[in-house]
Write a protein that binds this ligand. Sequence first.
Ligand SMILES: [Fe+2]
Ligand SMILES: [Fe+2]
Length: 266
Amino acid sequence: MPDNLPSLSSAIRDALLTGDPRAKAMATRKLVRDWRLGRLAFVFDCDMPDEPARPDRPELLPPNQMPKRRKGGSERGRIALWHAVAHIEFVAIDLALDMAGRFGESMGEAFVDDFLSVAADEAMHFALIDRKLHAMGSHYGALPAHAGLWQAAQDTRHDVAARLAVVPMVLEARGLDVTPAMLERVRSQGDENGARILERILDDEIRHVRFGTKHFDELCRARDENPQESWRNLVERHFGGRLKPPFNDSAREAAGLSREYRTGIV
Ligand SMILES: [Fe+2]
Ligand SMILES: [Fe+2]
C-alpha cells in the first residue's frame, strides 16, 4: 500500500468535525467510497473528537423540555415526526463514524468495513428524510431536537464492548421495535413515499443491529465471556433504563438478538 495515502482516522475525524448536516452526509458517503476503493490507509494516527461538530440549528433540548407531539395527522404533526427521525439519523451518522474511528484499530478491518457501511446507510437515511422535510416545506433544524442522543457514545467511549451493547444492541434495536407501528400510521395517512422510506430504514437497521451483535459475540468469545451475561452487565451499568415492550421479535431474531438478550432487563 503506498504510504502517501491519507489515513482512515483523519478522514473519519474530518467527517465528524463537519457541522453542516448535508456536508456531513456527503463527506461520510465520500469517505466510505474512498475506503472501499483503497484510497485510505488503515492507519489510526489521530484521536476522535469527544463531541462531533453540530449545526447551530436544531436547538438541542433535554428530553423533558421537548414540545409534546400530538398523534394526529396534521401537517405540523407530520413535520414534527419526520424532523425527529431526521435528528436520529443525523446523530446515527456520527455514532457509526465514531465506532469505526475510535475502535477500528483494535477491532480490525472487517469491523471498519461493517461500521463504515452503517455510516453510509445513515447518511443516506438522513438525505432521504431531509429531502422529504423540504418537500413538506420544512427542513432539518426548523424545530428543536432531543439533546440526549450522543450521551450513550460519551458514556461508552472507553470500551468497545459497552459501546456495542448499548448503541446497536439497545438503541438501534429499539428502532426495530417502534418502526412497524410508525410505518403503519404513515401508510394509513396515505403517505406511501414516507412508508417506503421507513421500510428501507427498517431493512437497513436489521443489518446494523446484526453487525453489533456479531462483533459483540466475537469479542465475548475471544475474552472467554458469556455474551448474554456480559451484555446484561454492560447494559445495566451504561444504559440504566429498562427495555420496554413491544418487541419486534422477528426483526430481532433476524438481527441475531435472541430473547436471552433481554431476560433480566425487561
Ligand atoms: Fe438509520
Ligand atoms: Fe442504524
